[in-house]
Ligand binder design. Structure first.
Ligand code: UN1
Length: 512
């Protein structure tokens, strides 16, 4: 088992941690006004943080704004070089940071390490991207004219991240924002601030070694008031927010009122369609990992299974026996598959969802419940459960961040696709089939309406190389790979006249 105290020490987590940091500068610590962060793993306190005031937020954001002038002047490949060094620092800290993610958030150690690996991967991606901030050139309709477009940095990028991926989603945003020439202000989830403090220490060292001005990457520990300040702050050119649809709507409304930019990655209600041509063994692995991995607290977690009636009973039996083998317990123990939920509020939402599902007529084939006794002292450990439902139930239409899996039966693929799309969210989706026609229909414009659509892979565990995000109530943003970098830049169209005349476009004559 890992020694958490040693890990905290190596990651520079103190007993009380400051409310904000602009890089090498950290706020004064106020030991009289702290919030204690408890681990969902064992219910024990991990450390304390100061919560930022509006004045703290302002100081950090002002510093970020000032640093922007210097940072945007650094050539992009040189900014990429700094990010390369951040990637290496994360490689060195991977074991410690992965374990702290696991201990503070509750996901399995393997998944904690996987999360840090995603951070390393996005650093590598961003290094390459730093030399590829390409714009197009166009053919001008006028003689001796050149037309092209270029991408410039936006300014300060605000990043609001969620507890479930406490560090990786920040890095997807921050590493791309940085190579694009922006400065960042990060408000991590108030449920998982210590992993954020650890990251800030890691990157501050790299920045210091490279004489990067203070303010390029700032951290502000706070709850929704800080998020709201950020959303309403005209100094923040882009607000990238990950979390619930409720939070996303509040952020989007505030940012829209000042015509700022948003990048939203909100809830999912992800389904796997299992067709008669599916390899059921593969479908089983994809489903169980998708539904119980991270205790059902990924945006991409599998929440619904849409199963063809001819394989329904068979697959249901396979699932029920697989669920019997799931070991729930301390996520730092690699023998366990599933750790706790983030906190007792999450346990309450899980229990409420089960009640609501039963009230609407759901039939539980694997019962849920809260675990108690030895090893479960935090009160955050729950049983993953499975219910047979109708897609139209209000609770099935809603994203519950917990390991509750809904089974729905279908007869035709058109019906399955309609069920899959028949929810307000549109993040991730999958079909299990060896039938080319089924797979292609699912991926066509008449198929899945989600930002992510997979064949013979589950709904969760996306690689960083693709654009990550979804449609409808998921918010429409795309982070991480592909051309997601463009969200962190402003596009400028430039036309240059190198003739001695001034011909107007569209053939307009304007003589005087
Ligand atoms: C999230 O849950 O917010 O695809 C991100 C996945 C991970 C990222 C999830 N790579 O499951």
């Amino acid at each position: 088992m890992v020694d958490i105290q040693q890990i905290l020490k190596r990651l520079q987590i103190n007993e009380v941690n400051p409310a904000y940091s602009t890089g090498s500068v950290w706020a004064e610590v106020d030991s009289s006004n702290t919030r204690t962060i408890y681990s969902p793993v064992d219910g024990k306190p991990i450390g304390k943080v100061n919560m930022a005031t509006a004045a703290d937020y302002n100081k950090a954001t002002e510093q970020a704004q000032q640093a922007f002038n210097a940072w945007r002047a650094v050539p992009a490949p040189r900014r990429g070089e700094i990010v390369r060094q951040v990637g290496n620092a994360l490689r060195e800290a991977k074991d410690d940071l992965g374990a702290l993610v696991s201990y503070e958030m509750g996901k399995s150690l393997q998944e904690g390490l996987g999360e840090v690996q995603e951070m390393i991967d996005i650093c590598d991606f961003a290094v390459g991207q730093s030399r590829q901030l390409y714009g197009l050139t166009m053919q001008s309709e006028r003689p001796l004219h050149r037309m092209y477009e270029q991408y410039h940095p936006l300014g300060v990028v605000g990043i609001i991240s969620a507890f479930n991926f406490p560090v990786a989603v920040w890095s997807w945003n921050a590493m791309l924002a940085l190579v694009c020439g922006n400065t960042c202000v990060w408000k991590p989830s108030e449920k998982t601030p210590l992993t954020a403090v650890a990251c800030q220490h890691i990157i501050s060292k790299v920045f210091k070694a490279n004489d990067i001005p203070d303010g390029v990457c700032c951290l502000v520990i706070g709850d929704r008031e800080i998020g709201s300040l950020m959303a309403n702050d005209p100094r923040v050119a882009l607000v990238s927010a990950t979390g619930s649809t409720r939070m996303g709507k509040a952020v989007a409304t505030a940012v829209a009122a000042r015509l700022g930019k948003v990048l939203l990655e909100l809830g999912g209600n992800n389904a796997i369609i299992i067709t008669p041509d599916a390899n059921l063994e593969m479908a089983l692995i994809g489903t169980v990992f998708g539904a119980v991995g991270t205790a059902g607290q990924r945006c991409t977690s599998t929440r619904r299974l849409i199963i063809h009636s001819s394989v329904y009973d068979d697959f249901k039996q396979k699932l029920v026996s697989a669920y019997k083998q799931i070991r729930i317990g301390n996520p730092l123990d690699s023998n366990n598959h599933m750790g706790p939920l983030i906190d007792t509020d999450a346990v309450k939402s899980y229990l409420d969802a089960i009640e609501k599902c039963k009230a609407e007529g759901g039939n539980f084939v694997v019962e849920g419940g809260v675990l108690d006794g030895e090893g479960y002292a935090s009160g955050c450990y729950v049983k993953p459960c499975i219910a047979e439902v109708e897609n139209s139930y209000a609770i099935v239409q809603h994203e519950t961040f917990a390991p509750i899996l809904y089974l729905i039966k279908y007869n035709t693929l058109d019906e399955a696709i309609a069920l899959q799309n028949g929810v307000p969210q549109g993040l991730s989706s999958a079909i299990m089939t060896n039938n080319l026609r089924e797979a292609e229909l699912f991926l066509s414009g008449a198929g899945s309406d989600c930002g992510i659509a997979n064949v013979n892979i589950g709904t969760s565990g996306a690689e960083i190389g693709g654009a990550f995000g979804g449609e409808k109530e998921t918010g429409g943003g795309r982070e991480s790979g592909s051309d997601a970098w463009k969200a962190y830049m402003r596009r400028q169209t430039n036309t240059i006249n190198y003739s001695t005349e001034l011909p107007l476009a569209q053939g307009i004559k304007f003589d005087f």
